[in-house]
Design a binder for this molecule. Structure first.
Ligand code: ADP
Ligand code: MG
Ligand code: ZN
Length: 502
């Protein structure tokens, strides 16, 4: 069923309406075993090999909570400045879903483990505090694959198959309070929040937070209210937005779509929507107008969770340095401006630069290559910096070759190109492509003689005191050496040969 979508240009939409955001993030914990049984959690195993009577919900099986998952959830809550419940329970959420063997999900309802926290994010030099409503623990579902049909969706498929390897993997849900006052920055705030949250989770070591593999999944809620109003509008919930860029695009697109409907006198239907990576548009999913009755009740097969306050205090004391604190420290160490730091953060380059520095490069050089040539190449290739086929060690080697005078910047760029093209490590590329700077004085001298002979006019000008004309001669030497001459040394030698003091 095709849906006609009219959009209002973003700027106009923002003149007339104020967006309110809400983000629900699901994180698969990286525990060794599942939430309520001993099955392994590793990704990519053959279908239905990581299953047992408990996660397949065979009659008579009983769950036992994974203490490591509870510990991870508490650590997430603490890092998000939440209060930790001294006593809370799991709840049964009843609904039928083919990839959920029990036909209910063990989750948490009115007694979440962590409540009332916040995460500060930086957008355009401003700090925006995103308040956290709750952090709770539940179990993941299995994964359905719809075979046949063009879209991979259930509609039009010939049959569907289910893999229960994922069923029962501990899943933490982090829900924000409604975020108001972000105005035209709403898409950026949403993206910055997920980015910051992902870094925080990574620093805690609780999940591999891979959006592409689904270990970090985000549902994006958006509503609009007319300017001047303080009553929130009806929200839509865009499900499973699986890249940071898509988080931003889905908010923007939803603002444009809802604004067009509201301006036309229409009303927003409370529903879930699906985001399409290719077009950046969302399409309608399931209506939420009639709230589903999940018939929640306390899970009778599990004892309550009552974390000892002393244990919680220890977990708090042992939290690692959090990303925002770490960034402030690194910024001071490297002596970079707020703007440069923000650029590196946005490009996801901080860890790469850090690793390059650890491999021996000066911070300024490491930053220059990652944020310059390599960022440009990643952009061209449409990949993340970290996914370029080059290591921080390679980049450190290139900076070392430049520092030692073996390469200039132009040759260094060719070396990087070679490494990216799979020609080997930097030194191998230098050898294969013959990129080393000509610093053999005899060879350089011969090239200079040749250039002077072919450019008598420029040579005369320099002799008669017009030193600026030396630039053309140096250029000639660089050209004749195909960029491999040391330009500074060439200049010195030219002036020497022409009998002029530099
Ligand atoms: P559901 O179970 O329907 O997904 P949740 O309470 O889990 O509901 O999550 C709803 C999310 O939407 C929360 O982040 C909440 O802060 C946010 N939210 C609630 N009302 C609005 C609104 N009017 N506009 C935007 N976001 C909202
Ligand atoms: Mg929800
Ligand atoms: Zn199992």
């Amino acid at each position: 069923m095709a849906e006609t979508v009219t959009l209002m240009p973003y700027d106009e939409a923002l003149e007339r309406f104020e967006p309110v955001l809400g983000l629900e993030t699901h994180v698969e914990l990286g525990t060794a075993s599942k939430m309520f049984c001993g099955c392994p959690t590793t990704f990519g195993a053959p279908p239905n090999t990581h299953v047992c009577p408990i996660c397949l919900a065979l009659p008579g099986s009983l769950p036992v909570a994974n203490v490591k998952a509870i510990e991870s959830t508490i650590r997430i809550g603490l890092a998000l400045n939440c209060s930790i419940a001294e006593w809370c329970r799991f709840a049964r959420k009843n609904y039928f879903y083919p990839d959920m063997p029990k036909n209910y999900q063990i989750s948490q309802y009115d007694e979440p483990l962590c409540t009332d926290g916040y995460l500060d994010v930086q957008v355009e030099g401003k700090t925006v505090r995103v308040e956290i409503e709750r952090v709770h623990l539940e179990e993941d579902t299995g994964k359905s694959t719809h075979v046949g049909g063009a879209t991979g969706r259930i509609q039009g498929a010939d049959y569907s198959i289910v893999d229960y390897n994922r069923a029962g993997i501990p899943l933490v849900e982090i829900v924000t309070k409604p975020v108001e006052g972000t105005d035209r920055l709403a898409p950026e705030v949403a993206k910055a929040y997920v980015t910051e949250l992902r870094e925080l989770l990574r620093s805690l070591g609780v999940s591999d937070v891979r959006m592409e593999e689904g270990s970090l999944r985000c549902d994006v809620n958006v509503s609009l209210m007319p300017r001047g109003s303080s009553t929130w509008g009806t929200r839509t919930e865009t499900k499973n937005v699986n890249s940071l860029r898509s988080v931003e695009r889905s908010v923007r697109g939803e603002i444009e779509r809802q604004a067009a409907i509201l301006a036309d006198g229409g009303r927003i239907i409370q529903e879930t929507r699906h985001f399409h990576e290719d077009t950046g548009a969302t399409t309608s999913g399931r209506s939420k107008e009639e709230a589903q009755d999940y018939r929640y009740f306390p899970e009778p097969d599990l004892v309550p969770i009552a974390p000892d306050p002393a244990w919680v205090a220890t977990l708090k004391a042992e939290l690692p340095e959090l990303p925002s604190v770490r960034r402030a420290r690194i910024q001071a160490e490297w002596g970079v401006s707020d703007l440069d730091m923000a650029a590196m953060h946005n490009a996801d380059a901080i860890e790469l630069v850090e690793a390059t520095v650890a491999a021996g490069a000066p911070a300024a050089d490491a930053r220059k290559w990652w944020m310059g040539e390599l960022a440009r190449r990643a952009n061209e290739a449409g990949t993340a910096l970290a996914d370029l086929p080059i290591t921080p060690g390679d980049v450190a080697k290139v900076t070392e070759l430049v520092a030692s005078g073996a390469l200039n910047d132009k040759l260094a760029r060719q070396v990087l190109e070679g490494v990216l093209a799979g020609e080997g490590a930097p030194e191998a590329v230098v050898e294969k492509r013959g990129l080393r700077i000509v610093n053999d004085e005899g060879e350089l001298s011969a090239i200079i003689d040749q250039v002077l002979a072919g450019n008598a006019d420029a040579a005369d000008k320099v002799r008669s005191g017009k030193i600026a004309a030396v630039g053309a001669l140096v250029g000639g030497v660089m050209k004749a050496s195909r960029g491999k001459a040391d330009a500074g040394r060439a200049r010195e030698l030219i002036l020497e040969k022409l009998g002029v003091e530099g």
